[in-house]
Design a protein around this ligand. Sequence first.
Ligand SMILES: [Fe+2]
Length: 279
Amino acid sequence: MSYNIYFDKTDHAGIRLALDTYGYCVVSKVIGLDRVQQFKDEIDRLLDPDRSLPLASSKYHLAFAEECTAMWDMVDDADYMNLRYALNGDRNICLHRSAAILRTAGEPMGGWHSDHCGRVKGPKTHANDFLNVYTFESGAWFYLNGSHPDRSGIAVLENSHTEDWTPPDGFHLDEERRYIFRDDLGESKGSYSQLDIPGAVPVVSDPGDMILFSALTYHVNMATNERRYTCAAAFRPKSIKVDVPWALPESARNMINRLPARYLPFTEGYTGIDPNWKP
Ligand SMILES: [Fe+2]
């Protein structure tokens, strides 16, 4: 790669330009190692309190900010919030969604995909069809072990963030543009799961860095060789009204009741998520 992807958290113009140009970047040293450990401890507490998660597996929390106080402490970090304001192009923002992922050693590489559900044909069938349809960044992830192809983390396809992007020769997308398949392997075994696709960039980052990628950017989780912790929060401008078919979950109401008043403006418009929602 012949361009810079690493930016200081106050270099909003550089970050914006990298996202618009390449579809991803790394914001260096967004949090310190104390905060990294705090997030890891919270992920252990919520997802694997008795350390029974088997090898070669993963577990998700799809509303991490509802349970993790440390995520809200970030709102008091001026550099972090100024970055979030800059990414949204708006200071009037609310929590959109949040997540944490715990992976154990032995989990193989995932399949290349985009998180964006805006090109889904037919009726909406999953909560993501309501939440992952906007143009703001899909990922603002803390890879708390860092990201490296030897240990795992994320790989992205550079320049795959544009509406008219087409896969390299020998590869194709499904009609909803969610998954990348290699032509000669067919689609029955899932999307392609190797790093040798042209344009693939295994992202290298440190534990306190934040990895950003655009709404459409294709990406993949690399093979995991250690116990790995990841978490993220997405914010959106409150001017984007999200109409979801589920009621605000009890866990979200509990969070709002528990939060100090200064955080409440960031919950206005928050929908929570019902991962089991079905039409
Ligand atoms: Fe993803």
